[in-house]
Every structure is written in structure tokens, then in C-alpha cells.
Design a protein around this ligand. Structure first.
Ligand SMILES: [Zn+2]
Length: 62
């Protein structure tokens, strides 16, 4: 756990917090992390689908 500086009130807050405990300013980094996780989740589904298609093609060859 690390401490970051709130850009709104310049006080130290936890980087795990979703908003500043002093002024209630929402942390943008939390939103960005969630968006990245959603994108990588979609990428994983595509990779799994490609893997299944590849497996079917390889199986049909034998
Ligand atoms: Zn603050």
C-alpha cells in the first residue's frame, strides 16, 4: 500500500482508496484501472475463442 497526494487538497491518501478521505475528490487512477481490466478481459475471451478454433482445426486434420 502506497500513499499518494490528492490533487484537489494536496493531502496524503491511500492509493487503494476510491476517493480522497479529506475532500471526497474521486481518484481517476481507479477508473483507468477498471477500464484496462475490462479491455484485457475482452482480449482474454478472444484468445480463448481463437484457441478453441485452432484446436478444432488441428483435431480435424488428424
Ligand atoms: Zn483531497
Amino acid at each position: 500500500m502506497a500513499l499518494i497526494i490528492c490533487e484537489e487538497c494536496n493531502k496524503k491518501i491511500s492509493d487503494k482508496a476510491t476517493k480522497c478521505i479529506h475532500c471526497g475528490h474521486p481518484l481517476k487512477e481507479e477508473v483507468t484501472t477498471q477500464q484496462t481490466e475490462q479491455r484485457s478481459g475482452c482480449g482474454l475471451i478472444v484468445l480463448i475463442a481463437l484457441g478453441i478454433i485452432l484446436a478444432v482445426v488441428i483435431m480435424s486434420l488428424f
